[in-house]
Design a protein around this ligand. Structure first.
Ligand code: NAI
Length: 463
């Protein structure tokens, strides 16, 4: 039974101050509810301090390095003298620090009670915080996030690290092996290569970013090879020997790889152990909290949002779920967050972005005959030519029906996911989008061109 109004210390107690948790707390407070937000580390969580923000700052520094290195291509005389890692870190921490300060100000301004310390559930309506604070909520929202996974027998240390450790490096290693060609793996591979390291990506599956449409994986692999990054797909990790002067990485087949650093990027696992979740009646599956589409755990008044809920582990999905739960508690009956409409961007160079179904998923869901696709090559896009980037936009539609998926590869193409998500989310038909004028010369135009081709009136594309 949830706490009654008389027993409760707050309307909503949120456990975890990352993207999902703080979004829920801010929205609930905005809706007039009394809120406590419990965080054991830093407000903002992984996304702000160890994930999205610092890694994208690193990727921006990498872009600047590439621009200096390649300046001659554009007729500009410049040389890349090297990477000052401590200075990159200062820049990165400046970005994080300003956002952190802003967020702390917001929490204060909305009168959310911020409780610092490690919390755990003591029954379905109570969060106990170390230092014996007891917070009783009419509603409790679990938002404890995720942490990097590693593999059995792989001990982390100065030579073997996850993304958390890589952010702490004070120099650019000469040789890096990246274990895992998923999102984190390709983003860090991209940074290290731009910073001048020799990089090998080892991925067990047959392709990089395997959750994406195979066309995106193929384009990324081609681009990485061109950048001098070695890509070993279908390669299974066997063992790693870390020494003081380096690490030897053995795969199940082939010669061992020698490196200065092994970056382990084999996925992130939910943080749910030892927090009293199961005792409170929550069902865990492989450590994730099982919920229905409305983020309900099955225990009245107990909700879960963000990376602990199976599905896309993305900060913006966490924000959306947090806001959703706050509105649901406030009785606004919001529409649930649907993973299929959540945009995905991988910020390596070139960027990979998508929303909705891959071609294969669309064919499986709707039948082979019901799906049409169009690929528009960025070779025909003026702005992409100017930037010197290659890639494509691929649109997946139902025959005579709406667009159900969009997939893009190319420098800066992540920024184009905004239009793609509106098209997929609003179930627009290519004919509708083709009628809208796209600005010239922009990369955005490539999205319009792909839709024009699907609508049977290509301008700079073949039908
Ligand atoms: P991931 O699940 O995207 O990729 C892990 C990869 O490691 C998979 O391709 C898997 O096949 C491979 N792998 C696993 N075991 C292996 C083995 N023994 N040998 C070789 N390869 C092996 O997980 P990742 O990249 O660690 O990212 C974690 C989460 O963080 C993801 O869900 C991602 O969406 C999120 N994230 C999102 C970002 C973004 O939106 N730009 C940026 C960074 C992370």
């Amino acid at each position: 039974m949830p706490a009654t109004a008389a027993e409760a210390t707050h309307d909503v107690v949120v456990l975890g101050g990352g993207s999902g948790g703080y979004a829920c707390a801010l929205r609930a407070a905005e809706l007039g509810l009394t809120v406590a937000l419990v965080e054991k580390d830093l407000l903002g969580g992984t996304c702000l301090h160890r994930g999205c923000i610092p890694t994208k700052a690193l990727l921006h520094a990498a872009e600047v390095a590439d621009a200096a290195r390649d300046a001659g291509r554009f007729g500009v005389r410049a040389t890349l003298d090297g990477i000052d890692v401590p200075a990159v870190t200062t820049y990165r921490e400046g970005v994080v620090g300003r956002l952190h300060k802003g967020l702390q100000g917001l929490v204060k301004a909305r009168e959310v009670e911020y409780v610092e310390g490690a919390g755990r559930l003591d029954g379905p309506d109570t969060v106990v915080v170390v230092g014996d604070r007891r917070l009783v909520g009419r509603h409790v929202v679990l938002a404890t996030g995720s942490t990097p996974r590693t593999l059995p027998g792989l001990e982390l240390g100065p030579r073997v690290m996850t993304s958390d450790g890589a952010l702490g490096l004070d120099h650019v290693p000469d040789r890096v092996v990246v274990l895992g060609g998923g999102v984190i793996g390709v983003e860090f591979a991209s940074v290290f290569a731009s910073f001048g390291a020799e990089v090998t990506v080892v991925e067990a599956l047959p392709r990089l970013v395997a959750a994406e449409d195979p066309a995106s994986s193929a384009a990324l692999e081609r681009a990485f090879r061109k950048r001098g990054i070695t890509v070993r797909t279908g390669a299974r990790f066997a063992s790693a020997d870390a020494r003081e002067d380096g690490v030897t990485v053995r795969l199940e087949e082939g010669d061992p790889l020698e490196a200065d650093v092994l970056l382990v990027a084999v996925g992130r696992g939910p943080v749910t152990e030892g927090l009293g979740y199961e005792d409170a009646g929550v069902t865990l599956e492989r450590g994730f909290v099982v919920t229905d589409e409305r983020c309900r755990t099955g225990v009245e008044g107990l909700w879960a949002v963000g990376d602990i809920v199976p599905g896309l582990q993305l900060a913006h999905r966490g924000f959306a779920q947090g806001i959703f739960v706050a509105e649901e508690i406030a009785g606004l009956s919001p529409a649930p967050v649907v993973d299929a409409q959540v945009p995905r961007v991988t910020y390596c160079e070139p960027e990979v972005a998508s929303v909705g179904l891959t071609e294969a998923q669309a064919r499986e869901a709707h039948g082979d005959g019901a799906v049409e696709t169009q690929e528009y090559n960025l070779g025909g896009n003026g702005k992409s030519q100017i930037l010197g980037t290659q890639g494509f936009v691929k649109v997946v539609r139902l025959a005579d029906g709406p667009v159900v998926g969009m997939h893009m590869v190319g420098s800066r193409m992540g920024e184009q996911v905004g239009e793609a998500q509106l098209v997929v989310g609003w179930e627009a038909h290519p004919e509708d989008v083709a009628a809208l004028v796209h600005a010239h010369p922009t990369q955005n135009e490539a999205l319009g061109e792909a839709q024009m081709a699907l609508a049977g009136k290509p301008l700079h594309a073949h039908n």
